[in-house]
Design a protein around this ligand. Structure first.
Ligand code: FAD
Length: 543
């Protein structure tokens, strides 16, 4: 590969030092490829580096939400709780980086600003905000599905003169909220996880809720010594179950249909899943997110649980969703969320009844009241799935701008390849199971597939690979059809971009199942990548 003096040549450039990027760098080193990783933060961890808000935890059990690629790592690392806290997950990421000596391949505190493809050399020129330039054969965007924070579109959003915090960019040094009048905007997963802890610390907490969400208690607890032994014995089998499962998890739905069982058995099944804690309740029975009748049974069960906790019936009314089926937006996992609203220092403001008119220097005005605040916290989520990529100036073949290519929604083949963008790959991108699966295992599956592809390209003297436009169109149509067969399309969610004003509504993750997706990827590989355009080294690389 040729390059100018100022451009550092590299086989693979990986953007992001989250779990996907770190594994990408690991695989590149193993494959003997030259690699550089670029990361905006000053350390590894991705999501767990940025989201340090009180109460941040995984909602997939820790023992599943961890790498599977190295048996020694798996056996030696000890998760202390069923659902690990953010500091523990970050320690794990750092441990992995040190154990496999990954940090030396990274440039931290460096943001990729542009990536421009050169048709003549089949390479990418990648530029950073620190002025570095790389000439990369392959670019792997492991930039995260939930990594581009969303600043809400509220009049006066920049006018607040007090302390402003984003859950997605929580200060590293921590924050004292003691005695403060805190306002929290947003009741998705981050808002729901942080509310109980903020309520305990703050003088007062006012939660501004536009959209109520379903949440199931985590029933989190430390893992006992006996469990640690059992986990290690069962790990290989547990991981095997994940390989071809619907969401890269080892759990199965209740063995009988919700229609087959009588009310008592159904209730017992829901109760068992509720007590198991977390997101699993959303899949107690098969077809629960497909069949509205089964979904309504689950919904009513959850509603009874919430009403049994929240003392004020009006607050319970406001907290329980009526606008979307259960589990069709990311179901939240909490530790004392609904209980927090029984506290004297916590108030819920239902923005559907009492909309915000503006944010002012001293607080929030609604059309009915003024809320004076010292601290304003935005738990307003992300420009999910596409935001991290479209915020970079990415230009593919013949200067094609990714913002233009994706103006009507993201077009990918298998979520990995993008027509018009040769030698560029997106990990856990739109069109892949991504946020609907255990994302560490989803990233491993895609990265493994990708490095097998790199080996194939090398062996066959292929310098450029690009997803075929017609294959990507067909895949995106399949992704859309799969979603339409479910109740997910009935919800306004970040899955379909409805949380971002002006974003085209399109269901982005592949809901057809992680296992089915793996089969599609395996078939693509076995057949020699028929849905990609392959350019041999001897052929001029211009398109
Ligand atoms: P990320 O961890 O998002 O890492 C991407 C990295 O890319 C970031 O560090 C970012 O700084 C960097 N980056 C982006 N753009 C640029 C650029 N232009 N230049 C340089 N660097 C850049 N998933 C689950 O499966 N289970 C869970 O329990 C779970 N809990 C979650 C809880 C929270 C609070 C959040 C926000 C997400 C959660 N997720 C969960 C999803 C989570 O994002 C993934 O599990 C996983 O951590 C994603 O890893 P990643 O490497 O793909 O991306």
């Amino acid at each position: 590969m040729t390059s100018t003096a100022a451009e550092r040549p590299v086989d693979v450039l990986v953007v992001g030092a989250g779990f996907a990027g770190m594994y990408g760098v690991y695989r590149a080193v193993k494959a003997g490829m030259s690699v550089v990783g670029i990361e905006a933060g000053d350390d590894v961890g991705g999501t767990w580096y940025w989201n340090r808000y009180p109460g941040a935890r995984c909602d997939v059990e820790s023992i599943d939400y961890s790498y599977s690629f190295d048996a020694d790592l798996q056996n030696e690392w000890v998760w202390t709780e069923r659902y690990a806290t953010q500091p523990e997950i970050l320690r794990y990421a750092q441990h992995v980086a040190e154990r496999f000596d990954l940090k030396r391949h990274y440039r931290f505190e460096t943001r990729v600003e542009f990536a421009h493809y050169d048709d003549a050399t089949s390479t990418w020129l990648v530029g950073t905000d620190t002025g570095e330039r790389y000439r990369a054969h392959f670019v792997v965007f492991a930039t995260g599905s939930l990594s581009a924070p969303n600043k809400p579109d509220i009049p006066g959003v920049d006018d607040f003169a007090g302390e402003v915090l984003y859950t997605a960019q929580w200060p590293k040094e921590g924050v004292s909220l003691a005695g403060k009048r805190v306002g929290l905007i947003g009741t998705g997963s981050s808002g729901i996880q942080s509310t109980p802890l903020i309520a305990e610390e703050a003088g007062s907490l006012t939660v501004f809720q536009r959209s109520p969400n379903y949440s199931v208690p985590a029933f989190n607890r430390p893992l006992t010594d006996e469990e640690q032994v059992r986990i290690r014995a069962e790990y290989p089998e547990r991981r095997k179950k994940c390989l071809y499962s619907s969401s890269a998890g080892p759990f199965e739905a209740y063995p009988k249909s919700a229609y087959e069982v009588d009310e008592a058995e159904r209730e017992a099944a829901f109760e068992e899943r509720w007590k198991a804690g977390g997101v699993l309740f959303g899949k107690t029975f098969d077809n629960q997110t497909i069949d509205p009748v089964i979904n309504e049974m689950a919904r009513q069960f959850a509603e009874r649980k919430v009403r049994a906790i929240v003392k004020d019936p009006q607050v319970a009314d406001d907290l329980f969703p009526t606008d979307h089926p259960l589990g069709t937006k990311r179901i939240c996992t909490d530790s004392g969320y609904f209980e927090a609203f029984n506290r004297d220092n916590v108030k819920l403001v239902n923005l559907r009844r009492e909309p915000i008119t503006s944010i002012t220097a001293t607080g929030i005005e609604t059309d009915q009241a003024t809320y004076e605040l010292d601290t304003l916290i935005f738990a307003t989520g992300f420009d999910a799935m596409t935001g991290a990529l479209t915020r970079i100036d990415i230009r593919g073949s013949n200067g094609l701008d990714i913002k233009h290519a994706w103006a009507d929604g993201p077009v990918t083949y298998l979520g990995i390849g993008i027509p018009g963008f040769p030698n560029l790959f997106s990990i856990t991108g739109p069109g892949s199971p991504s946020v609907l699966a255990n994302m560490i295992l989803a990233a491993e599956q895609q990265i493994d597939w990708l490095f097998d592809l790199f080996a194939f390209l090398e062996e066959n003297d292929i310098v450029a690979i690009e997803a075929k436009a017609e294959s990507a169109e067909a895949w995106i149509q399949h992704v859309d059809e799969a979603a339409r067969q479910t109740l997910f399309v009935k919800a306004n969610s970040w899955y379909n971009g409805s949380n971002i004003s002006g974003k085209r509504r399109l269901f982005m993750p592949y809901i057809g199942g992680f296992g089915n997706y793996r089969i599609k990827c395996d078939e693509e590989q076995a057949q020699g990548y028929p849905n990609f355009e392959l350019t041999k080294a001897s052929v001029p690389a211009t398109v």
